[in-house]
Design a binder for this molecule. Structure first.
Ligand code: HEM
Length: 493
């Protein structure tokens, strides 16, 4: 009799092979891919480490996370300055598998929206936003403290609304927290806070079991919704030709030669919105704080305002509105704003550069080679507080900016034939702040009008200057965690 295998003996092993083929092979392949990615990244990290190990830097807190723990302090700006004081002007850190060189180096499509003629055309809008804030403050008794950080962020939000998008966002119509603009500000702040934390903890997005991570993700989604509605309104309402929105709509996508679609427009609008109002608002609040601690500085500002007819006096209780031509004459106020931006650079840790070509880059006139694959962090705060280029770096002295060449780093050799700079609140180079002209204009015009009408004192609940310093917080931008509560008096009752 011929030997025949029972059918089921053949079928069962085949099915199990198929099963393992279908189920095991994709998972084995996935594991192999993940394994090779991890190994490649580890090898790359080790290779780069061998090239930069001579650069001083803090020891890693953890084998895997590297120096991400350095950044746990709520004020990243002061962490950066302290690291520079300890390890020198150029230092290295590791964030997970990413090597970073932190270096104090002394050293755009919507740009035309910020040219002089557009800024001049938009000047009345800046004056209008500030005028609304002044009216609200005048309607209050001044004995009840006001959070000037929030008030000045509202004012900047209205400036961005009008100058940027030709829209009245109504942020300075009242100062109540729960209104629409107040909610938009809170969402932006929460989204920035989440961005800051994600920057410091690359694994944060995966920690979905944490309530703060879930809240941060929700805030970011909400922020995107607000931005989507802004983009929609830009498309439906024709913006003023001198507004940023009009310039954005004219940009052509280099890959298609057509105007930007919503997907490309959204990040541009979001960056302008985020970068535009918090930075200016917090800077103005730091000025109001710093001046409240230095009555002699306030007296200097007031003297000039009186000379220009911009001060409320008993003879002229309503000073004349500020004009475009007044701005260059306000030297002392400008010096005060610069000194505040030196001490409290609100975007003081924000400048990062990544070599796109992946090749080595020569820095400091060739004295230092940045190996390809290593990111460069340029900590503006550390440059602004470096004692080798600033005399008494932690003392508030606006007069230093009245001297010729105050922004040059003296005693530092020329770099590529140019004088290295020690003052760079808007960063430097081709990626510096595109909105700096608007920011400067808004700060000078707004603060001139505020000091023309009011004098501010730090509210007792802030715990004095020490309380403010102890509550510094970095959420991409530097602010005071408690807000900036001020009592104020009108120059003429
Ligand atoms: C006091 C106010 C401001 C400060 C201190 C400030 C500072 C900065 C800094 C340090 C950067 C990083 C630049 C770099 O990476 O090198 C930046 C980028 C930027 N800023 Fe400002 N900024 C201010 C106001 C504004 C305003 C009013 C706008 C627009 C309306 C604006 C728009 C931008 C944009 C779009 C970027 C990104 C530029 C890019 O990535 O190429 N900023 N800003």
């Amino acid at each position: 009799m011929p030997h025949t295998k029972p059918r089921h003996v053949q079928v069962v092993p085949k099915a199990s092979i198929m099963w393992s083929y279908l189920v095991l092979r994709p998972s084995v392949a996935a594991v192999a891919v993940i394994f090779s990615i991890v190994v490649t990244r580890i090898l790359k990290t080790i290779l780069i480490w061998r090239r930069i190990k001579f650069v001083p830097g803090p020891p890693a807190d953890s084998l895997i996370l590297g120096n991400t723990g350095d950044s746990k302090c709520p004020d990243r700006h002061s962490v950066i300055s302290k690291l520079s004081e300890k390890y020198g002007a150029i230092l290295r850190r590791r964030l997970l598998d990413q090597h970073v060189i932190q270096g104090q180096l002394f050293g755009k499509s919507v740009a035309s929206a910020f040219n002089t003629s557009n800024m001049k055309a938009q000047f009345p809008n800046i004056r209008l936003a500030c005028g609304q804030l002044i009216d609200i403050l005048k309607s209050l008794d001044g004995k009840t403290a006001v959070d000037m950080d929030s008030a000045l962020c509202r004012e900047s939000l209205d400036v961005i609304g009008r100058v940027g998008f030709g829209r009245d966002l109504g942020a300075t119509r009242n100062l109540s927290e729960g209104d629409g603009p107040g909610q938009a500000m809170a969402v932006t702040n929460a989204a920035l806070f989440e961005a800051e934390h994600t920057l410091l903890d690359p694994l944060r997005g995966y920690k979905i079991w944490r309530k703060d991570v879930r809240a941060g993700t929700a805030a970011t989604k909400e922020f995107h919704k607000v931005m989507q509605s802004l983009v929609k309104s830009m498309r439906t309402e024709t913006p003023d030709p001198s507004s940023i929105a009009a310039h954005l709509l004219e940009i052509k996508d280099p890959s298609t030669g057509k105007p930007l679609d919503d997907k490309r427009l959204l990040p541009e609008v979001s960056t302008l919105f985020m970068a535009g109002f918090e930075t200016t608002g917090h800077t103005a609040a730091w000025v109001v704080f710093a001046v409240s601690q230095h009555p002699e500085v306030e007296a200097g500002i007031v003297k000039k305002l009186r000379g220009l007819g911009l001060l409320a006096t008993s003879e002229a209780p309503d000073p004349r509105p500020i004009q475009w031509d007044d701005i260059p004459q306000l030297h002392y106020l400008t010096a005060t704003i610069k000194e505040t931006m030196r001490l409290y650079p609100v975007a003081g840790g924000a400048t990062y550069r990544h070599s796109k070509s992946g090749k080595d880059v020569a820095l400091c006139g060739g004295n230092f080679i940045l190996p390809g694959g290593v990111d460069l962090h340029m900590p503006i705060a550390a440059v602004h507080h470096a004692k080798d280029v600033w005399d008494e770096p932690y003392t508030f002295k606006p007069e230093r900016f009245l001297e010729d060449g105050a922004e040059d780093a003296k005693g530092v050799p020329l770099v590529s034939g140019r004088k290295p700079q020690r003052f760079m609140p808007f960063s430097q180079g081709s990626r510096d702040s595109v909105g700096q002209t608007l920011a400067r204009l808004n700060l000078t015009a707004t603060l001139a009008q505020l000091y023309g009408n009011f004098s501010f004192q730090l509210a007792p609940k802030m715990g004095g200057a020490q309380g403010v310093e102890a509550s510094r917080r970095t959420a991409i931008t530097l602010s005071c965690d408690k807000g900036m509560w001020m009592n104020f008096g009108q120059r003429v009752q």
